[in-house]
Design a protein around this ligand. Sequence first.
Ligand SMILES: Nc1ncnc2c1ncn2[C@@H]1O[C@H](COP(=O)(O)OP(=O)(O)OP(=O)(O)O)[C@@H](O)[C@H]1O
Ligand SMILES: [Mg+2]
Length: 283
Amino acid sequence: MSHPSEAAQGRPAMVRLGAVARTFHPGTPDAVRALDGIDVEIPEGEWVVVLGTNGSGKSTLLNVIAGTFGLDGGTIALGGQDVTHWPEHRRAGIIGRIFQNPFSGTAPAMSIAENFALASRRGRTRGFRPAVTSAFRAELRARVSTLGMGLEDRLDTAIGTLSGGQRQALTLLMATWHDPGVLLLDEHTAALDPRSAAQVQALTADIVQGRRLTALMVTHSMPQAIAYGERIIMMHRGRVLHDFRGEARRRLGVGDLLACFEDARRTPADDVPPSPRSAVGTD
Ligand SMILES: Nc1ncnc2c1ncn2[C@@H]1O[C@H](COP(=O)(O)OP(=O)(O)OP(=O)(O)O)[C@@H](O)[C@H]1O
Ligand SMILES: [Mg+2]
């Protein structure tokens, strides 16, 4: 049986980044070239893990894909459509997002049911307070019960009263209520206790692999990077330093990744190559 990444490589690109560049505070002494010419193509259905040292540009990468930040140069296409000049809200119909902080992405005073009713329409109709119909409630009960947290009996509870792990699990369900074209996960388990983190990570794998979603997942956890996804991109100073796919990805262990980090730390800014050192996609 072929590995998912081989299957994915034959598919059209869901995400195509061409020479993507973004500088913060340009023309000042504080200028930071957060993304310095990123060329990445992600086939439909591929799960990519994004690694890199602090400040290497991982969150900025997700932010420019989502349209939170604009570009200084380059192009972004999602599902074959050039979205470079689309505002964030227009991309929201294609993108599902989860952040590190379990308290972002939901309205704390609203109930679980109301939050889901809102989220289920994201990128569709806008501007109305959500109506929770009985059919929607039944569907919601069924989906929330799959979490195994007993939250299906608490659908009218204000979401702000739940634990971080409960909220993050619900946020994941919300972001994927309709299969998003691209799912962006930015250290979404980093703020959770180990047990909740493992639970949310397992749920992520069920959803991403079960529905073959295209996903970018930022993490600082080497074991998590090795255990999940089928491609690993390592960023350094706004560039892609390594891009492990196929056989090279399958051979990779935690020790190899740690060595890559050491290598990155020793690489001065001027020596970061414009193209990945290990774009090993072949088998
Ligand atoms: N809104 C902003 N304004 C100014 N500078 C920013 C902004 N966002 C990011 N930066 C800078 O851009 C660079 C890349 O930041 P980014 O948040 O993308 O890094 P990261 O790889 O996600 O790091 P971490 O692992 O710490 O989350 C950093 O030098 C950061 O200080
Ligand atoms: Mg970050």
